[in-house]
Design a binder for this molecule. Structure first.
Ligand code: SF4
Length: 207
């Protein structure tokens, strides 16, 4: 949080969260096809040493292994933001895993596939074993914490690596949810994360 970082956003996702805040990478994926070398050249233009690879789901992006290797050669600190449903042997300093809770499941034709895929315990355990990790849960309502507790217990994750973040793209909604969520985080011994980019810039692309 607060570390100056370059963000690389891949388009395409194997899930379809009902509240996805980047539908242009999931429900209606868009974007240009860039070669790895071009992405690395763009990253080189920024002074930040930290690079966050996000999505969509970056772990299904073609050439994600090559991209991570290129960042490693440049001695960048690499964070990968993933829902934790796919394992690949990427280069990564922090695997920021965000398993999706039941409230993410949409109505309609994607419901069955999303529900079947959203929690993959074996893959989550492998990512947690092979990488420095954090588990970030998107929370809509206080009752969500029961599901978080069950997942954390099943995975044997350390409470200090669990982060609770309010769901929402509007400042007023985030403010209201942050107040009760911070209390839950204190009670459970989990960490709390605001949505800094929304607080600073509003829900705008490219921030
Ligand atoms: S996993 Fe992330 S990118 Fe994919 S649908 Fe859910 S919120 Fe959107």
């Amino acid at each position: 949080m607060g570390m100056p970082s370059v963000f690389v956003r891949t388009s395409g996702c194997n899930l379809r969260c009902a509240w996805c805040d980047t539908p242009y990478t999931s429900w209606r994926p868009e974007g240009d096809d860039w070669r790895v070398e071009r992405i690395l050249e763009e990253v080189d233009k920024y002074p930040a040493r930290h690079v966050v690879v996000t999505g969509g789901e970056p772990m299904i992006a073609r050439e994600i292994i090559e991209l991570s290797s290129g960042l490693r050669e440049r001695r960048r600190h690499i964070t990968i933001e993933t829902a934790g449903t796919v394992y690949l042997p990427v280069e990564c300093d922090l695997m920021s895993i965000s398993p999706k809770l039941a409230h993410s499941t949409p109505a309609g034709e994607w419901a069955e596939r999303h529900e079947r895929l959203r929690i993959q315990p074996d893959i989550l355990r492998r990512l947690m074993a092979d990488y420095e990790y954090q588990l970030k849960f998107v929370i809509s309502q206080p009752d969500d914490i029961a599901e978080v507790r069950a997942i954390v217990q099943k995975l044997g994750a350390l409470a200090e690596r669990v982060i609770l973040m309010p769901e929402g793209i509007e400042t007023a909604v985030l403010r209201e949810r942050s107040l009760w969520l911070a209390e839950i985080a204190k009670r459970e011994g989990f960490r709390f994360s605001p949505r800094l980019h929304v607080d600073l810039y509003g829900n705008r692309r490219g921030t």
